[in-house]
Ligand binder design. Structure first.
Ligand code: SAH
Length: 356
């Protein structure tokens, strides 16, 4: 029995704050008992705010064309084996329609950094979706753009923006990205998005190459201080056509433990059980919910293009239509005592202390 570990878990779940050294202790001294205690605390905090409701977001991967060359990512510019696609506006609207009919009230539009989607093109698209589905939230996840561009997209009606920080340690960032990409710029983008009034999502890959416990501790401290509305974490999974093809994947146990840390740290955060988690274990997403997550993002992209949006090897749900995905998830969540709700799924901002 590690008294220090237990007292750190207590502090985290009651004050929602730790020092960077304490986060590092959590990472390096995990025990089965400690992880169990943290899970119980995380689930109780989540239940106190969100109950057993799980929010769904329909993910539309609308282009796999990207000007960047991130060493870990399967849709990187210099992957010679990638077939490219870009959905038309009509196809994207069709994805939204099928998602709306299934009860989704948030659409997440994600893509590589594709130059075709200028501010004019993308803001027209956002406006059109908002006109057709005024009761839905739009989340963008289209990478780094200038402040003015984020401002125009916000004005067009985008509500939320996902931009994982990837790592809060500059030296680590530089091991994951080519020299033309900048840690400082990515962090600036997150601050710009926040300033413009978006609900902002940050996050990182668990077990990304060269990640140390100190890097993870800095990720946690960064997230504690930045207080994003959403945090996306999932295991790193190597992709066969990238420089990191022979690197080890992140683990299920680490990811679940970190989900619990995040829930205890940011009680009202919107925390997805990601597709990558479902990829490394058949019940990964269900377990993610049991460790404190409260969001699932089923894929609404047309089945014909899904295989081409392969960020990592073995990505799941490549063959099921959106409807089948959604039914399958309903059943899976029901089995663990949760339910999907038809709702925009906004963050329930928690002002009072959560009593355990
Ligand atoms: N172009 C957008 C969307 C990127 S893809 C952007 O820059 O934000 C969304 C996320 O997938 C990335 O932020 C990254 O954290 C994750 N990802 C990419 N490659 C991965 C891999 N090999 N394993 C696990 N996650 C990966």
């Amino acid at each position: 029995m590690d008294e220090t570990l237990f007292s750190i878990i207590d502090t985290l779940s009651t004050t929602h704050s730790l020092s960077t050294e304490q986060y590092e202790y959590l990472v390096t001294h995990r025990s089965d008992e400690g992880a169990k205690l943290l899970q119980v605390r995380a689930a109780a905090i989540r239940d106190a705010i969100y109950g057993k409701d799980v929010f769904v977001r329909g993910l539309i991967e609308f282009s796999n064309i990207c000007k960047n060359d991130c060493y870990y990512c399967g849709i990187r510019k210099s992957n010679p084996n990638l077939s490219h696609y870009r959905l038309t506006e009509a196809q994207i609207m069709y994805c939204c329609k099928s998602g709306y009919d299934l009860g989704f009230r948030t659409f997440v539009l994600q893509s590589g950094e594709d130059g075709h989607f200028t501010d004019d093109v993308l803001s027209d698209l956002v406006r059109r979706i908002k006109i057709e589905y005024p009761d839905c939230a739009i989340t963008l996840s289209v990478g780094e753009r200038p402040y003015e561009s984020y401002a125009r997209l916000k004005e067009a009606g985008a509500d939320r923006y996902l931009l994982r920080h990837e790592t809060a340690t500059k030296a680590h960032y530089e091991k994951l990205h080519p020299p033309e990409m900048s840690f400082d710029h990515r962090m600036q983008c997150l601050r710009d998005l926040r300033k413009l009034g978006y609900a902002v999502g940050a996050g990182f890959m668990v077990g990304s190459p060269y990640q140390t416990p100190g890097d993870l501790a800095r990720d946690f401290k960064f997230l504690e201080e930045f207080r994003p509305d959403m945090v996306g974490i999932g295991p790193f999974i190597p992709h066969r056509d990238t420089p990191f093809k022979d690197m080890e994947a992140g683990t299920l146990e680490d990811t679940l433990y970190y989900l619990s840390i995040l829930r205890c740290m940011l009680p009202d955060v919107l925390l997805p059980a990601t597709t990558a988690l479902g990829t490394i274990h058949p019940l990964g997403r269900e377990m993610g919910i049991q460790y404190g997550a409260n969001v699932i993002m089923p894929n609404l992209s047309p089945v014909t293009v899904r295989k081409m949006y392969e960020l990592y090897d073995g990505k799941i749900c490549m063959d099921d239509e959106g409807a089948a995905c959604s039914r399958c998830l309903d059943l899976r969540l029901e089995k663990i005592g949760h339910r999907i709700v038809v709702d925009r799924g906004d963050r329930k901002i928690q002002t009072e202390e959560v009593l355990l």
